[in-house]
Design a protein around this ligand. Structure first.
Ligand SMILES: *[C@@H]1O[C@H](CO)[C@@H](O)[C@H](O)[C@H]1NC(C)=O
Ligand SMILES: *[C@@H]1O[C@H](CO)[C@@H](O)[C@H](O)[C@H]1NC(C)=O
Length: 348
């Protein structure tokens, strides 16, 4: 005890000796803390205040898009399984690019946070509503999962309060959508370059060892999707990232084709796996490439066999897009979602 109070006393003396310095350092720290807080506040308010909640539809929205209902089983679906109802620029770009590449197909954006009567007023939804072939609808999980293997899984609350809850929910939803409606499913961090209508019963290869379910194209009620749903609930594991995602598609495809390695078969029993350049032209490990400048010629070469480019949002979202910088991402936006790009130029 004595020893301790002696130490405290010594420290105190030392502090007194260095009082001026200590005060100075504390003062500097305090000031920088305050300025960081103020900067964050201002920046926050900046973004909030500069974004209008409604926009006039840009003149670049093509008038050739059709609002008629899609051929059954050929719609394009996007999902928001969090309660977020304020689509960011990447989500806007993703939907716009899909709508443009498919003038005669309905693009449906299902949002869990949307309640029927209350339409959220925000920039993203305001812009998306300019496109006649985009429809924004509430996503009701118990309705979607009804009459699928997910119904009891969802009711059992097995999946609640676990890590990766939102991605897992999204993994389940896309399978239920493919099963019930058929058509195309795309993650909201894809930018669509080409029409997808020739691709049926297929999914993309992400690497030598993995398929990815960020893009899916299947006919309604397809056996492959049925097996995926059953495998999902039978082998459910909330603790392993991707267990219900890439790893699920990979193990089901191997069983489906009775193969050991993914590269042993590309097509079997009517299901095709598409080469990485079709949907994942830049590997996730290389996501920074999207922020590198590139010539138009190299851009065209890079994407000549690409239907849609997955920009790996979880990696890339914190890196800002510089408009006009001619980076790959900048060129994807300006070429394939010019209306979103126009809005970004006005408000970013
Ligand atoms: C979903 O639909 C069911 C009826 O089909 C309804 O009881 C439930 O309240 C709905 N949930 C939401 C969140 O709207
Ligand atoms: C789709 O397939 C048809 C016939 O196989 C072909 O003529 C057409 O060019 C293809 N379209 C696209 C966008 O790949």
């Amino acid at each position: 005890m004595d020893k301790m109070s002696a130490t405290v006393q010594k420290l105190f003396q030392l502090a007194m000796k260095n009082k001026i310095w200590a005060t100075f350092i504390i003062f500097v720290k305090f000031i920088s803390f305050i300025s960081i807080m103020m900067y964050l506040r201002i920046r926050d308010e900046d973004v909030k205040h500069s974004l209008p909640i409604e926009v006039k539809c840009p003149a670049t929205v093509p008038y050739t898009l059709s609002s008629s209902s899609p051929l059954s089983g050929h719609g394009i679906y996007f999902l928001e399984t969090s309660d977020q109802t304020n689509p960011n620029f990447l989500v806007m770009c993703s939907l716009e690019s899909a709508a443009r590449a498919h003038p005669k197909i309905k693009v449906t954006f299902l949002m869990k946070g949307l309640r029927k009567p209350a339409r959220p007023k925000n920039l993203g939804i305001s812009l998306l509503r300019c496109f006649p072939n985009i429809e924004i609808r509430p996503l009701n999980l118990s309705d979607l999962f009804a009459n699928t293997p997910f119904a009891s899984w969802y009711a059992s609350s097995q999946f609640r309060w676990k890590p990766y809850r939102l991605p897992i929910l999204s993994d389940a939803c896309r399978l239920a959508i493919m099963w019930k409606y058929g058509g195309f499913y795309l993650d909201t961090d894809f930018i669509v370059l080409k029409n997808l209508k020739n691709l049926t019963n297929s999914l993309g290869i992400q690497s030598n060892y993995l398929l990815n379910g960020a893009f899916l194209s299947f006919e309604q009620g397809h056996k492959f999707i049925e097996i995926c749903m059953q495998d999902f609930v039978d082998n459910y594991n909330a603790w392993i990232w991707g267990h219900q995602g890439p790893q699920l598609y990979t193990r089901v495809f191997k069983k489906w084709c009775s193969i050991k390695r993914l590269r042993d078969r590309r097509v079997c029993h009517g299901v095709s796996t598409l080469p990485p350049e079709a949907f994942y032209p830049i590997r996730w490990q290389d996501w920074m490439k999207y922020f590198e400048a590139i010539t138009t010629t190299d851009f065209n070469k890079l994407f000549q066999n690409t239907y849609a480019a997955h920009v790996w949002n979880t990696k890339s979202q914190r890196t800002g897009l510089k408009l006009g910088s001619k980076t790959i991402l900048d060129q994807l936006y300006s070429n394939y979602c010019p209306s979103t790009y126009e809005i970004m130029k006005m408000y970013l």
